[in-house]
Design a protein around this ligand. Sequence first.
Ligand code: FE
Length: 203
Amino acid sequence: MEQRIEANALFNIGYGLYAVTYNDGARSNGLIVNTVVQVTSTPLKVAVTINKSNYSHDVIKNTKKMNVCPLTIDTPFEIFEKLGFHSGRDTDKLSGILNWSSANGLAVLSADYVNSFFSLEVLEYVDLGTHGMFICGVTEAVEISDVETMTYTYYHKNVKPKPQAKAKGYVCKICGYVYEGENLPEDFECPICKHGAIDFEKL
Ligand code: FE
């Protein structure tokens, strides 16, 4: 029997969106991931997976600590642009959206956008090829508000800008960028969010 791999099937895994903060010694920085999972409860362990091409991957691998802040449904697209689509190598991504520092000295985002934070200490690192998975212990966990966490589905439906009705080509399902052209090259990478051709769909 033919076995298909349909990308849309995998889109049905439910995800939340999380700001991860870290400090490279010079400044606080952050990024957005959807790959945060509580993996055990006694002892409490949380896994966070980060693309190796992200600056944060290398910093967290060295410093062994990070904060995770679940983003709420009140988070506007500007915050995704600010945190998600620039590199922490050359941008101070957290300017203007900080709240306070947790006991580990790392940043926590403004309560306008996050409903809690957990401070993580890396216990194990799993090399997944393109990504690294950090298995972490929890050193602090605080609830800030009861506003719902933003899911990936909510982001796609309500936050991501809609492509223009007349545009032709392929749209990035992650950030809404439109590639104008008949054929999308297989090795195409979104210039805004860096996701690959697999995350584009035809308009
Ligand atoms: Fe994109």
